[in-house]
Design a protein around this ligand. Sequence first.
Ligand code: NAP
Length: 556
Amino acid sequence: MADGGGDIGKTQELDALIIGAGFGGLYQLHLLRDRLGLNVQVVEKAEGVGGTWWWNRYPGARCDSESHGYAYLFSEALHRGWQWSERYPGHAEIRRYLNYVADELDLKRDIDFGVEVVSADYQGRWIVRTACGRTFSARYLITAVGCLSTANIPDIPGLEDFKGEWHHTGAWPHEGVDFTGKRVGQIGTGSTGIQAAPVIAAEAEHLTVFQRTPNYSVPARNAPLTDEAKAEIKESFEDIRALTHLTPNGHPFEISPTRTDEVSDAERLEEYERRWDKGGLRFRGAFQNLLMSKEANDTAANFLKEKIRGVVKDSATADKLANIDHPYGAKRPPIDTTYFETYNRDNVSLVDVRAHPIQRIAETGIETAEGSHDLDVIVFATGFDAMTGPLLSLNLTGKNGVSLRNAWAAGPRTYLGLQIKDFPNLFTVTGPGSPSVLCNMPVCIEQHVEWIADCIEHLEATGSGAIEPTETAVEEWVAHVNDAANATLLPTVKHSWYLGANVPGKPRVFMPYAGGMVRYRNIAADIAKDGYRGFEIDGEAASGVALPQDIVAAGV
Ligand code: NAP
């Protein structure tokens, strides 16, 4: 284990410690060090910058957000100095981009790589310990650990007996995996599995996909950016930035203001066809009520199921793929490059493990209730212990010895997804209860990082010691997060990682804030403007109720 060059046995005193060197940690370092002049250190488990993109190097790993919006938008200079090559950035290009930003802003001198945090205790200051034996003491602790960084490897009996090799997509070997001549089994058909399967199938002797929940997918229609598009993007910094701040999910495209019932059947189909041809997550924006009404959603769901049947030649396979029982978009909607076409290949087969569950992994492969499948490689595209997993793995202990694990035994409780009661001066970038995974990540990350920097600036300017939310504010926020989710179809899917349902024993709580990024940004800004309403600073609560009734009453 690397030690990042620090002193073992000596406590390093800091103003702020940031955990993680992805999009969040890099920008947070820049603001706290270069704008506020604080003594700041970043610690990062990986050996380089990148966050989720350091680890997710599986075949086909590529961002579903369009490249011109999947970037920092706080600096026109950074925007102008970088050129994306494709409509959607691949994992290697995103790492190059983050290295470019880190070098431009001279960030790496304050990042210690190869340093894993194993505990953080609040003792008036945050005392943070690492696996390599280092100790930090900081006034502020900022977690920028991502929402999807703790791998979920299902506890299937017999994995230790398997004689072949196996990998989780979120911890993919940097040297790659050679599938040539191999029989590969892939478990999982979420966004990751849908990206990986076509690439693996093109190389492997045989690919067997083990599908539990069939999924919708819209073609990404990825392509190199033309010179014309590149030039237009370069000149459109203000427009791109403004658009990402105006749309509820932070993407640089608008959601149609039209409802599904305001157009004729033919017009609706025409709109779906247009969006299908354009490709990508823009399909979600076809009508404004797709996630609000089952009837509206069915129109999109039926269109997408028909597309699957139109592509997949074998009708039994098409039936398994199109047998989708959740509303479109209520689970994270994937986009793909020839995913359904992959099932027309002779070397690809689909196993329905909902009908015939996986029973065990044997020396030679995977056994289901229906039979055994001999394999050389197993790919776990089985997702993550999302949102709470990365925070809980830090072993955080707040005031009076309260552990985060105990505090969140019934599910995460935060104020704005930014702070936790009894954990003073701990700030969680894109924590549970914030839009996070329902938003284009760099956009919600920027807003959080800026809010946190402003808050710390306020504390510094007023000579304050510690900030934490009040119990009432947390209660009101948790209730509002639930109301926001319940106004949509999102929580109707019981087997969704948004609810924690993919991890056995995890409390079923809808974790991200579904009220939209625009609304969230306004609420968070108003709270700060009102002297941090709902927070206690050095034991004094700011006046006024945490969430004014007009916010709560307005619904979502
Ligand atoms: P996921 O959406 O949680 O999908 C995991 C898959 O594994 C599901 O099909 C799940 O089935 C299956 N699975 C899990 N345990 C299983 C078991 N014991 N037996 C059989 N099947 C099992 O994970 P993911 O695909 O890695 O995606 C996670 C998130 O990462 C996405 O939703 C997205 O937010 C993000 N992501 C983003 C990009 C990007 O472009 N930017 C790309 C990939 C991923 P069930 O559905 O039945 O649980």
